[in-house]
Design a protein. Structure first.
Lengths: 348, 186
């Protein structure tokens, strides 16, 4: 008999002899414990379980839509508080022509006044040959002869749009030069013009490469961009424009406004919009009329600007144009008149 | 379906909350495990230790992985628990004494005649006393083979010894028990 056979025989003998069982109380205790453990265990529903993931995604989606909706509603509410603004002026084409003539005469008078003030202050009267950075009084003439270096149009020379008065010309009839910019030395104004020029370049770059914007910013802009009416423009301190500039093959129109409501442009702002950013100006040219509309959006994570700057007019023919601010409801307010000449007044 | 499931499948089902799977698993292994404890530490402690072992299995159900055979897992837990118990209460060598013999109830085949009954009872008594007198490592190897049904390789895995060492222990255990039976002349 081998060792394995002996082991098998002994194993059989042992198994026949060994048949003790645990007492029933032990069985009951262990089985009860097994049931308690299962019943007491929390249902495992992790964040990425079969039902948890769709629920989490749905919750995130609902919250995102809610936040966007709330932001839009908040923006609308800010605007609604400005509903006490004065009614817009509705004018026909004949009135527009008259207004354009009045605006031109006003601009001429303003230039003369400033020239007189400059003389009284004992400063050198700027000429067309003066250097752009030379100290000069405000509201100096910017139209220069061809082939001469021309300074950028100064903001002080911009037509200033005033709050609309019933029966008066919006923007021009009640526009004493009260803004800070009009009281600054021309060197500062020249600096500001440089900034405007720089901003023009950056705006051009931004317009030329919209694909550089992040997807999130584009989405935020798409969702929150909004055309603003004249009441909103009044609430942020107004809007001012300068004389057109030659930009390449087309013309551009310098504008000045601050959608945040922290800058006095034409009059003191009545509302601060800390969550809004400048989103561009919509331009439509119909004959000799130029209609502009301010667009804003909710501030996103990028580098938003609140100041409007130069807008492109395209290669429009020379002549006199009347600039209107047009609200989304198509009502228009005259901002002023501009002249597009054949003379190239591009800055050197 | 439940009756065709392996031990590993039953344990995995219980880990997912199937109490019936555990009841089936317990029914299959409660006797051998109880006797594995009983032969090493006596009746009183065997109940306590068996309950602790099964509670360990219950509480660790969600950590169980079917990569190993369930019996290997179960008797690995049992062995560790018995060693802890021995270290906590007494010197392990003391377990090799014959104190276990008094706890070792010899069950006789109820259908046997009085003569056969007497002979069977005598053989079983000799066998159990011989088993109780074995050194613990030999007794452990023998019990893992006969009660748990583990192979020599599986016993080596559970105990952390070499296969040759386990073979040797089993061989010595069988030889000693056989010698005791032969010496008793039954």
């Amino acid at each position: 008999m081998t060792t394995d056979d002996e082991s098998n025989d002994l194993g059989t003998l042992y198994r026949a002899a060994s048949n003790e069982q645990p007492p029933k109380r032990l069985d009951d205790a262990i089985l009860a414990a097994s049931r308690r453990a299962v019943n007491a265990a929390p249902k495992a529903v992790g964040p990425f379980s079969r039902r948890g993931l769709p629920l989490s995604m749905a919750a995130v989606l609902v919250m995102s839509v809610s936040v966007v909706w709330l932001i839009q509603r908040e923006s609308s509410t800010e605007y609604a508080t400005q509903s006490q603004t004065k009614p817009l002026l509705n004018i026909d084409s004949e009135q527009r022509q008259n207004l354009a003539e009045q605006s031109r005469s006003f601009a001429s008078e303003s230039k003369q006044k400033v020239s007189k003030q400059s003389a009284e202050l004992g400063r050198a009267e700027p000429t067309t040959e003066s250097k752009p950075r030379a100290p000069a009084p405000l509201l100096e003439k910017t139209e220069v002869a061809a082939n001469k270096p021309a300074p950028l149009p100064e903001l002080s020379e911009m037509a200033v749009a005033a709050p609309t008065e019933s029966g008066t010309v919006a923007g021009l009839a009640a526009s004493p030069p009260t803004s800070q910019a009009e009281l600054q030395p021309s060197a500062m104004v020249a600096d500001r013009a440089d900034k405007e020029q720089t901003r023009l370049k950056s705006d051009s770059l931004a317009d030329a490469a919209p694909s550089r914007r992040s997807l999130a910013n584009s989405l935020a802009t798409l969702l929150t961009e909004k055309a603003r009416d004249w009441s909103f423009v009044q609430s942020i301190g107004g809007i001012a424009m300068g004389q057109p500039l030659r930009q390449g093959v087309g013309w551009s129109l310098p504008l000045r406004c601050d959608v945040s409501g922290r800058t006095t442009i034409s009059w003191p702002p009545t509302m601060i919009h800390s969550g809004l950013a400048y989103a561009g100006i919509t331009v439509e040219i119909v004959g000799a009329d130029i209609y502009i509309t301010l667009n804003t959006r909710v501030v996103d994570s990028g580098k938003p600007t609140t100041d409007c700057s130069i807008i492109a007019l395209g290669n429009i023919p020379a002549g006199n144009y009347t600039v209107y601010y047009r609200s989304p409801d198509k009502s228009a307010v005259v901002l002023g008149a501009i002249r597009v000449s054949k003379i190239d007044n591009r800055a050197p | 379906m439940l009756f065709q499931a392996t031990d590993e499948q039953l344990m995995l089902r219980y880990a997912k909350g199937d109490v019936a799977a555990f009841e089936r698993l317990y029914a299959q292994h409660k006797g051998p495990l109880y006797r594995f404890c009983l032969r090493q530490i006596g009746t009183q402690q065997a109940e306590e230790i068996a309950q602790e072992i099964w509670l360990n299995i219950i509480n660790a159900r969600e950590r169980y992985q079917a990569s190993a055979k369930f019996t290997t897992y179960l008797y690995g837990v049992a062995r560790n628990r018995i060693i802890d118990h021995v270290r906590r209460n007494t010197n392990r060598d003391a377990l090799t004494d014959n104190s276990v013999n008094s706890d070792c109830d010899v069950v006789v085949d109820p259908g046997a005649t009085p003569d056969v009954e007497a002979e069977q009872g005598e053989i079983k008594g000799v066998l159990m006393r011989a088993l109780a007198s074995l050194p613990l490592d030999q007794k452990e190897a023998f019990l893992l083979k006969e009660e748990a049904g583990l192979s020599v390789v599986e016993i080596a895995q559970v105990t952390g010894n070499t296969v040759e060492a386990i073979k040797s222990r089993v061989r010595y255990a069988v030889a000693k028990i056989r010698a005791a039976i032969d010496e008793a002349g039954v």
